[in-house]
Design a protein around this ligand. Structure first.
Ligand code: NAI
Length: 301
């Protein structure tokens, strides 16, 4: 399988991935598979190691299935390590940030990273909904920062948006576009608008489905069943929200709504606000629109 073959010359040889959560670990896995040396940094003690253990388990499963050789698995492992601190990312040619979706925290992180890395290092943010231009606003070299927006789960969702902020250098976008191809992904050029392409177009799928349920036109399982089985979507909108989890997707809904100056078309729903407040946020906690607790039916009939 092409994505598991190391390429002779990755566009970025040394890559720092910041944030070892759902997205960061998928991005780190793909970067190693593209032949890069990857340093994974997370602010939570033990989180980078946990992410590496999870990636290793994926490679182990691929070996068991005959999709990856032992030799290649071992080579991958030599290329993936936890960074003890931000200073360890100094030699990186590319930094990909996948931390919490908060502009102040992302801005602060990139200011720190910019002071540590070489001027030619490319800075990429995996933000779902924040402005790339605003994230770069306080940088000395805003031309070096672009959006590099993957989807969950990264190894399976093969599209990635390469987002140019107002000051992003076209060369940076070209490099990220080429690197996405080395992952085996399909890069799409996007402008720096709220939600970019996918999360903007996806408003119709998520917030409109929530309106259908809140207006009691149909229940969420029916909406999912129709869109999945009759309209050909891989997941219904509520299954998708369970997979993404509301702690990620509800703030994205709010952010896009606010950035469009409270445009009613994008208004988030009290249904998701309430569930988020109650911690009923999706598959990762065992309970969302559906129950994922042991013994519970996971997908509606
Ligand atoms: P997550 O909550 O699973 O992981 C975030 C990780 O970042 C955590 O391990 C946390 O300890 C770490 N972190 C937080 N602040 C940090 C800091 N200052 N320095 C180092 N590490 C820090 O989040 P997830 O889902 O991986 O999302 C990350 C980013 O990717 C967000 O910007 C999100 O909007 C975006 N995104 C998420 C998608 C999804 O479906 N989950 C899809 C596409 C983008």
């Amino acid at each position: 399988m092409q994505p598991f073959l190391p390429l002779a010359q990755p566009i970025f040889q040394t890559v720092g991935v910041i944030g070892g959560g759902a997205m960061g670990r998928g991005i780190a896995q793909m970067a190693v598979q593209a032949g890069s040396d990857v340093f994974l940094l997370d602010s939570q003690p033990g989180a980078a190691q946990a992410a590496i253990a999870a990636i290793t388990a994926i490679w182990d499963r691929l070996v068991t299935k005959g999709k990856l050789t032992d030799e290649m698995r071992n080579l991958h492992l030599t290329r993936l390590s936890a960074a003890p601190d931000a200073a360890a990312l100094a030699p990186c040619n590319l930094i990909i940030e996948a931390i919490v979706e908060r502009i102040d925290i992302k801005q602060r992180l990139f200011s720190e990273i910019e002071s540590l890395v070489a001027p030619g290092t490319v800075l990429a943010t995996n933000t779902s909904s924040l402005s790339v231009t605003a994230i770069a606003a306080n940088l000395q070299r805003p031309a070096q920062l672009a959006g590099f927006h993957f989807f969950n789960p990264v190894p399976l969702m093969r599209v990635v948006e390469v987002v140019a902020g107002l000051k992003t250098s076209p060369v940076v976008c070209e490099q990220l576009t080429g690197y996405a191809r080395q992952f085996g992904h399909t890069p799409v050029a996007a402008q720096d608008t709220p939600g970019f392409i996918v999360n903007h177009a996806g408003r119709g799928y998520g917030t409109e489905a929530l309106r259908v349920v809140s207006e009691r036109i149909a229940d969420f399982a029916t909406v999912d069943r129709i869109l999945r089985d009759q309209m050909g979507f891989k997941l219904g909108p509520f299954e998708l929200m369970d997979l993404t989890a509301l702690d990620v997707s509800h703030p994205v809904m709010e952010s896009i709504y606010r950035q469009y100056f409270d445009e009613p078309r994008y208004r988030p729903s009290v249904i998701t606000a309430q569930r988020l407040a109650g911690g009923v946020i999706g598959k990762k906690v065992g309970e969302g629109f559906y129950s994922y607790l042991e013994g519970a039916a996971q997908i509606p009939e």
